[in-house]
Structures are given as structure tokens and as C-alpha cells.
Design a protein around this ligand. Sequence first.
Ligand code: SF4
Length: 278
Amino acid sequence: MPRGVIPRQPAKTGRQDRSRLVPHTTKPRISKPHVGAGHRPVPAERSSAAKKPKYNPLAPDRFAEILNRLDQLYPDVTCALEHRNAWELLVATILSAQSTDVNVNRVTSILFKKYPAVQDFAALKPEQLEPDIRSTGFFRNKSKSVVGAAKKIVEDFNGEVPMEMDQLLTLPGVARKTANVVLGTWFKVNEGVVVDTHVQRISRRLELTREENPKKIEQDLMRVIPRKRWTLFSHQIIWHGRKLCIARRPRCADCLLENICHAADKTWSTVEIHTGAK
Ligand code: SF4
């Protein structure tokens, strides 16, 4: 540009830009409201209610809030079953079906002194184990599962609990719930969500699933929970089920999730109840 020539500045109003976008000949069309017979104006409050977005229990902000409050309630929780290695955790998890963690811990504290290694269990007949685990319930089936799992681990996996889901599922008495506990808690692998009776009940109360089948519940939860949270979420919900969100009489008045929970069987509520949330 030659010296002394000042480039033209665009007008501050920006009129020249708009003139390019909107031809002068185009006039905005404003349609008149129909006020004749059969076309009454909609009252303001009714029209705003119609526009209210439909409640979505899986909306990202609601879900993030649930995770956030669980973190506040249960910041550092882990599995309550006492164990020193993957084998002990596997046994304790098999024994925990239909039993309490306190009872299982009492049983295993003696059991693992009597049979310290997986090879000791593999050398047993199920009937020999039955008296030691009797108080955990379903002791005949549990004896078969524990001894069967020990034999398979010794014969097929060189005495080491496998850390692959497919391999864990080949062990007698091991389904996805037990495998998820061992993988998530001991091996720190987020392969799935542990769906026990607490996770089943509370996921439905919080409207995170409508399913009843544990496998389908797990699929629903895996879709909405970030993978890195799968194990922690399971432990937090299990603790919540033990402490506050109890099956028969949940302690809703003490619950930090209360004002975002619409469960049908709440014992106290400041928000509307959803009859399907159970
Ligand atoms: S408000 Fe009640 S039902 Fe809802 S999560 Fe808390 S304890 Fe459970």
C-alpha cells in the first residue's frame, strides 16, 4: 500500500456486514397470532409447563451429582471382605453369598490359618470343608465351589488366580459378580460393575436402571458410569446399602442423595416420588 494512504475502517455499526447478509428487499415476516374462535391464547404458565424438559434420570448433570455425593459420603471405601491375596478374596466372595461380611470375616480368619494356600484347599474333599464354612449358609454348594475352584487353579493356572474375566468364569462357583470383585479389588482392573443385592436395589431406587436381572443391570450401569469408576462405584453403593439405603427402611432423612432421589419406597422425601423407582 502506498505511503500516506490510510485503509478505510469498517463502520462501527457493522451496517455494511449486515447489508451483505440480509438483502434490503427482504422484510421480516411476522405471523399474527390466531385469536379467532377455537384459537384461544395459551396462558403463560401452561405454555412454560409444556416446554419443561422431560425428566431424565440419566441426564449427565444428575449422574455427575450422584457420583459427586457418593464421593462425599464414601471417599475411600473398598471391599469389606478381609483378604491377603487374590485366592483369599475369591474364597471370601464365594462365601459371602447370602451371608454378611462380618460373618464371612469371622469364618475366614480361622479358615485361612487352617488351610493357608490354594493347594491345601485343592487337596480337600468338599465334605471336609463343610463344617468350617457351615455358618455362612448354603455350605454344601459353597464347599463344592471353593474346592472345585482350588483344584482348577492348581491344575490349569499353575496355582495362581487368573486375572482374565474369561478364565475366572471357568472356575466353579464363579460368576461375573465374584469375578468383578476379584478383578476390580485385587487386580485393579475395571472389567465390570459388581451387581450384588445392594447395587441391584439402589440402582433401581435411583432410576439408573429398570432391569431386574443382574446381568442387564450391569450392562445399564456400564453404559452410564465412566469405566474408571466401575469398581469404586460398586463399593460405594454397597456401603450405602449397608449404612443408609437399607432394604426395608432406608434412612432417607439422613441421606445426602435425598433431594435427587425419587424412590417409591422412600421413608421421607422433599421431592416428588416416582412410583416406578423401585
Ligand atoms: S434417599 Fe432414601 S431411598 Fe434414596 S438413596 Fe437415600 S436412603 Fe436410598
